[in-house]
Design a protein. Sequence first.
Length: 401
Amino acid sequence: MTDLISVLAAAVFLVFGVDRLVRSRAAEADPAQRYLAGLAGCMGTAMLFNAPAVVGTLSGEAGLDTPVLLITHELKTAGLGFLVLVGLAVKSPPPGPRSVRRQIALNGAVLIASAALFGVADIAMVDDELTVPDGHRWALAGYNVLFAFYGCWCLLVLTRELARHARRMSPGPLRAGLRLMVLSAVFGAVWTLWALADVPADLREGRQGVGEDAVSASLSVITAVLATAGASASLLEGPLGTPVRRLRAFRRFRALEPLWSALHAQLPQIALDESAAARRPGLRGAEFALYRRVIEIRDGYLALRPYFDAGVPGWTSQTADLARDRRAVLEAAMIAAALENLRAGQRQDGVRRERDAVHVPSVVVGTVESESEWLVGVCAAFTSSPVVAGVRSRVRSARAG
């Protein structure tokens, strides 16, 4: 079973590496694609050599087992260096060539140090196990510790830059892909740290297994699948992502229903097509229906401007609201108060003083997807926030008084 898992993980990495290599040959290709190809090629080849069946086969060939073991380890270490280069490639603003050269030099130094520790350890293969003489156990332990901590540092650099880049992006498949890659880096860190599990046996017995155990092989598969899925997320922007986009648009269309209905009840003219407004779209027409619904809600905002109450921002700031997004709560409260004023026929533009500042609803610059995501948050506050309910009651009480 471990053989199958290891070969599967290696195949995922190698196929992904070939795909990235082909993409990186295009003119003006993103440098990150080349680094991803290098990472996948190194890790996939190393994992293939490290599969128990391959290790068992090579152990029967005199003089091959120990060099192959060193090459496998060096390939993994080189792959970790490519992780940092990927992180540098997505950094904003991008670093200069000097930073890239510095990382390449650091990775080369680690490769040399690993090879030196491997040589000092005087490693031999005995019955599919790696053994060292009594006086050289420290070198074997240092060999594993260097790999584990250097790998974790590389993954930390990558995770930090990917997380920063994801926060700057609009919602969509690309941001979701970056988050999958961050998750992949987390599992990769656990996989890398698993090398420390061999250190006690290195120091106590001077021996360790050379193949991937079940835990390490499973972590490698999870890391490979998450990394491949994240880096291939751009496919969701094309035809392959159509079902996902339609389903997401349909769910957001339904989620905006309460806010749209409240606006439409007082401002029926916002409906671009009255007959279509009353129908529930199917999945095929969900994206267009969502686009139309966002426009209609924004038209409702414009029609409500004479009824916006300048006191609402102050009322919401006085409440003990624990909402995660206060901006969404404030916008929902402004709309709720304006609808109450419209229902009572009480325009506010004529009674405002010049110093009164009226909160203007947020405008989300970007795609319809990012705009609809914001409005879904506003709608959730509009229907369930106690702050919005309190503002609505306050306006009604002022009118009754």
